[in-house]
Design a protein around this ligand. Structure first.
Ligand SMILES: *Cc1c(COP(=O)(O)O)cnc(C)c1O
Length: 379
């Protein structure tokens, strides 16, 4: 009898995530599982936290991977900080800002929403107006790299503004970490979360988070318990906190931590500034090729994310059929438009390991071929 073995197709992942996983990461994933309190694993946890501090550019003690995807990192930051009745200015310029708003409201907080058009960065002036009008606001939450639109917001400026109005800044860095400049300490970000499957090119399912001393103090002085047992950092740190006295909180996804550790080692070996530079340079190469094909970007040049290129499909073309053909005939995945941009954009990711010349060449060649046959039949 044949053994039942999972055998997925070999895709080139150039969408909004997951991105191509480093081969070394997949190898690390398959190494023998040890116990979640094994001395070997405890050392690996310490090392992984140090590597995360490197990636985030922080000395924050509370820097750790949450055992769940990016959305759980989002909930970790929002649920630990915000108590029922607290006011949080939430910047919404795409899907993920909208998700933050939903979570703030589920907690029982008041979300003061500052909206910007999809594809535009967060307007700092509008945030300031909102802060002036709502002097009770305690937090400002925003998405650094809005993966749903391809727009980058000015994190440094938004954090500084939040502090001017005595608010803590909560930052979504799921797509920015490892792909564009991000400085947790220098910019004085208070709470931040990311994801394993975007520019870190690790497998999906892990969310690195980091809390400043100031944010941690707020969490420790809460008047009510955090509404989630699993995400309560006061409890999780019994296991992931500092010192050697680790005790069981939940069973860590041991092999996924091997994978995360491996991807962070690769990032450190490259050097984070070099990784930012590589993402930028490859974006420019892809841009040249896409413009040669007559495609236009959906985001203004000054706010474009190098790791997530949002372009408009040509008029009159069945954009979903093009994506399907790229997948079926060329094994390349690119992303569809999300939410308000469904059917209106393609999202081409050059994240982490996927940000390479080889991938750019492969995609441009495939896209040229698919578009020429489609436009010939359409015409
Ligand atoms: C992907 C993404 C998330 C959610 O991460 P999941 O791992 O899918 O839960 C949140 N914010 C941004 C900006 C993202 O790109």
């Amino acid at each position: 009898m044949a053994k039942a073995i999972v055998n997925p197709p070999k895709r080139t992942l150039m969408g909004p995530g997951p991105s191509d996983v480093y081969p070394e990461v997949l190898e690390a994933l398959g190494r023998p599982t040890v116990g979640h309190l094994d001395p070997y694993f405890i050392d690996l946890m310490d090392e992984t936290k140090e590597l995360l501090k490197y990636a985030f550019r922080t000395k924050n003690q509370l820097t750790m991977p949450v055992s769940a995807p990016g959305s759980a990192g989002m909930e970790t930051c929002l649920m630990n900080l915000i108590e029922p009745g607290d006011t949080c200015v939430v910047c919404v310029n795409g899907v993920f800002g909208g998700r933050m708003r939903d979570i703030v409201e589920r907690i029982g907080g008041t979300a003061v929403v500052v909206e910007d058009d999809w594809g535009k960065p967060v307007d700092v002036q509008k945030v300031e107006d909102a802060l002036k009008q709502h002097s009770d606001a305690k937090y400002v939450a925003f998405v650094h790299a809005e993966t749903s639109t391809g727009a980058r917001s000015d994190a440094r400026e938004l954090v500084a503004l939040a502090h001017t109005y005595d608010c803590l800044a909560i930052v979504d860095a799921v797509t920015s970490l490892g792909g564009i400049e991000l400085q947790v300490d220098e910019w004085e970000i208070d709470a931040i979360y990311s994801g394993s499957q975007k520019c870190l090119s690790c497998i999906p399912g892990i969310s690195p988070v980091s809390f400043s001393e100031r944010a941690l103090e707020v969490v420790q002085k809460r008047s009510s318990k955090v509404k989630s047992w699993f995400l309560d950092v006061n409890l999780v740190t019994q296991y992931w906190g500092s010192g050697k006295s680790r005790s069981y909180h939940h069973t860590a996804p041991v092999n996924s931590i091997y994978a995360l550790n491996q991807s962070l080692r690769i990032l450190k070996a490259e050097g984070i500034e070099n990784a930012w530079k590589r993402h930028h340079e490859n974006h420019l190469k892809l841009k040249d090729g896409l413009e040669e094909l007559g495609l236009e970007f959906a985001v203004e040049e000054s706010h474009r994310l190098p790791q997530l290129n949002a372009v408009r499909p040509p008029d009159g073309i069945d954009e979903a059929a093009v994506r399907r053909q790229l997948l079926d005939e060329h094994n390349i995945e690119i992303g569809a438009g999300l939410g308000a941009l469904a059917g209106k954009t393609w999202r081409i990711g050059l994240m982490g390991y996927a940000s390479r010349q080889e991938n750019i060449d492969k995609l441009l060649k495939a896209l040229r071929q698919v578009l020429s046959t489609r436009q010939a039949t359409a015409g």
